[in-house]
Design a binder for this molecule. Structure first.
Ligand code: AHR
Length: 641
């Protein structure tokens, strides 16, 4: 009877508490752990035509004739009268790594080739593009180069001449008269004769940070605007390859362009329903360019290297443990490439590419999403060799593709035993997982390795990049920041997708040939990054706080209390906020809000449907009440002491 009475009283107390309005108490005078300054970073992988056809703005597809089908992307142009021959040759090439070239013969002028680009070529009126070709000829007088509209009308034209019997790079600038998202390139002979051509290129003269062989400015700017602490590259599964033979090998991606050996992209045939037979890696965007991009956007470089295992979802091929040496040497050489003096073997390669100063590499990933004993065995060998030579480099190891389960538990146990530095966890899960895991790291063991949430994205039912996905990610990210002493780095994945050529979704940024936009998830990432606190402040949710998430912290200059509140409810939440320990709170404060309908998405035509709205709060105080909109992320920056 007494038990029943207590139960009823308990129930009534709970009901009363549930009816209490939501509250947040922040201990402003009890700063907790420091938050990693690298916490918010980016993950780049050449998936969804993110590199060739995306960030790397080369307009010509298969300009080196090295695709499996040497003429893929090219159309032959032969006038009805006269003879024309198109031959793929390999004798005396420009460089053995680009062994094939096209030999073109015409008995009269007008023979040529047309390139379709990546879903067409994007041209901007009056912008300038450099056409270049390695060519040799004994008798051809000239080449006509034309930029074509989607309808095949010439919108830009130039002529090349002065060919010799030796390979020589010829180039000319062209300015299209009109903007065209789906243009093409046509190259035709100006006389009878034969010409050998290789490495045909049409490259925009304007690149991000004005780098030669640089990157598409709008896309790189979107990255810079995230103020990323680090950039992980070049992936992802692309690191591992379907097989060991097509793993990513950084040495093939550096040096002069003709030396870079093309490789099939592993996303070429990974998904039969999104097959991309024309998806290859030219490596025009290679390791040098990645390091340089990191420098240009202020991010710490984080290269991830293959570790003697191909993708375990594919062939799962293994390099025997006693044959790992060359693979380990690749890792050691990479550190030398990044950090070694210009007089060292690999430091010289960097210097010759135009960067004598070191890139100051501090982080290196061993394997991508590997798991099991086979991974731990290989990680151990890599770690021993790298730590012996470069003890200051922090190594990232893998907890496998899943954030829980047998393989995950095994990886963590063994990596703890091996004193690993930072363990990489991946989660592509539904909204419920993201809300539940907002407290995931609150109880993690602090004595072992740090955590890298290296790939995550909320997958809603149709995998769209809607606001529901983004607000769910925001909820989880409150937990990442609150545990920013343990979770030292985190990155959404994947980063880029071409609207017509994607293999995987959702993604952070979408593009076509000329336009791009950040998804709602992009703006969530941006708000967390731009408003990351330096130290955690204890924050407690009380009352009816279901569906609410909070993280609070002190700014680096100690002047501000930064509060991030995520309201995942479908109605606004009135929350009383107490800044415990604060005696001096300015009434006026900055407030940035992201909110929308859960189904809302940004698109090329409506790129800012969901975007941050800045406003001033005028009633901040040590105790105040604020209404957080339905489905929202709000950042409050209060001057409080
Ligand atoms: O981000 C897409 C893929 O997801 C990555 O390549 C891989 O690491 C993960 O499985």
């Amino acid at each position: 009877m007494r038990h029943l009475a207590l139960t009823i009283i308990g129930f009534l107390t709970l009901a009363a508490a549930a009816a209490e309005p939501a509250s947040i108490i922040i201990q402003t005078d009890k700063p907790g752990p420091a938050i990693s300054p690298l916490l918010n970073g980016i993950f780049f992988e050449d998936i969804n035509f993110g590199a060739d056809g995306g960030l790397y703005p080369e307009r010509v597809k298969n300009g080196a004739f090295e695709f499996d089908d040497a003429m893929m992307g090219w159309k032959k142009i032969a006038p009805e009268r006269g003879k024309a021959f198109f031959t793929i040759c390999t004798d005396k090439p420009v460089h053995p790594n680009t062994a094939r070239y096209l030999s073109l013969y015409g008995s009269a002028a007008g023979v040529g080739i047309e390139n379709e680009g990546f879903c067409g070529m994007g041209f901007t009126a009056a912008a300038s593009y450099t056409f270049s070709v390695y060519a040799r000829s004994n008798d051809l007088k000239s080449l006509n180069v034309e930029l074509l509209s989607a309808q095949g009308e010439p919108i830009g034209q130039a002529t090349l001449s002065g060919f010799t019997s030796d390979w020589k790079k010829h180039s000319v600038q062209i300015k299209p008269a009109a903007t065209e998202p789906k243009g093409r390139l046509r190259v035709t002979t100006g006389s009878a004769g034969t010409i050998d051509m290789d490495l045909i290129s049409l490259f925009p003269d304007r690149t991000f940070a004005d780098r030669p062989n640089g990157l598409r400015p709008d896309l790189a700017q979107l990255l810079k605007d995230l103020k990323p602490g680090f950039m992980r590259f070049p992936g992802g599964c692309i690191v591992e390859g379907h097989t060991l033979a097509n793993r990513y090998q950084w040495k093939s991606t550096v040096g002069p362009l003709p030396q870079r050996k093309l490789l099939m992209n592993r996303w070429n045939d990974e998904f039969k329903n999104r097959a991309a037979p024309d998806y290859f890696q030219s490596f025009g965007l290679g390791f040098f360019e990645y390091f340089q991009l990191c420098e240009d956007i202020g991010a710490e470089p984080l290269p991830i290297l293959a570790c003697g295992m191909s993708c375990q979802f594919n062939s799962g091929e293994l390099v025997p443990l006693n044959q790992l040496d060359p693979h380990v040497q690749d890792a050691l050489d990479l550190v030398e490439f990044a950090n070694g003096p210009a007089t060292s073997t690999w430091g010289k390669v960097r210097a010759d590419m135009g960067h004598p100063a070191p890139f100051n590499l501090k982080l290196l990933g061993i394997g991508n999403e590997q798991w099991g004993q086979q991974y731990v065995d290989r990680y151990e060998i890599f770690a021993k060799a790298i730590k012996t030579r470069y003890p200051q480099i922090k190594l990232i190891s893998s907890a496998g593709p899943s954030p829980d389960g047998k393989d995950f538990t095994f990886a963590w146990k063994r990596l703890r035993e091996l004193n690993a530095d930072i363990v990489d966890e991946h989660y592509y899960r539904d909204p419920a997982f993201f809300l539940k895991n907002a407290t995931r790291y609150d109880s993690y063991d602090r004595s072992g390795p740090k955590v890298f949430a290296g790939e995550y994205a909320c997958h809603v039912q149709n995998k769209s990049n809607n606001w529901l996905a983004a607000v769910s990610e925001a909820a989880l990210m409150t937990g990442l920041e609150r545990n920013g002493d343990l979770v030292v780095m985190a990155s959404y994945a994947p980063l880029f997708a071409h609207i017509e050529r994607w293999q995987w979704k959702p993604n952070l940024i979408w593009m076509d040939n000329l336009r791009s936009f950040g998804t709602p998830s992009y703006y969530v990432q941006q708000l967390f990054s731009l408003h990351r606190a330096a130290r955690v402040l204890p924050a407690t949710l009380g009352g009816d706080s279901n569906g609410l998430f909070v993280v609070a912290g002190r700014s680096a200059d100690d002047k501000q209390v930064i509060i991030k509140v995520v309201n995942t409810r479908s109605e606004a939440a009135n929350v009383s906020i107490k800044l415990a320990g604060a005696t001096d709170v300015q009434k006026s404060a900055d407030m940035i809000t992201l909110s929308g309908d859960p189904k809302d998405e940004n698109t090329l035509d409506e790129p800012l449907k969901i975007n941050p709205k800045a406003a001033r709060l005028s009633d901040a105080a040590a105790n105040f009440t604020h209404g957080f909109p339905a489905n929202s992320l709000t950042v409050l920056r209060l001057d409080a002491h």
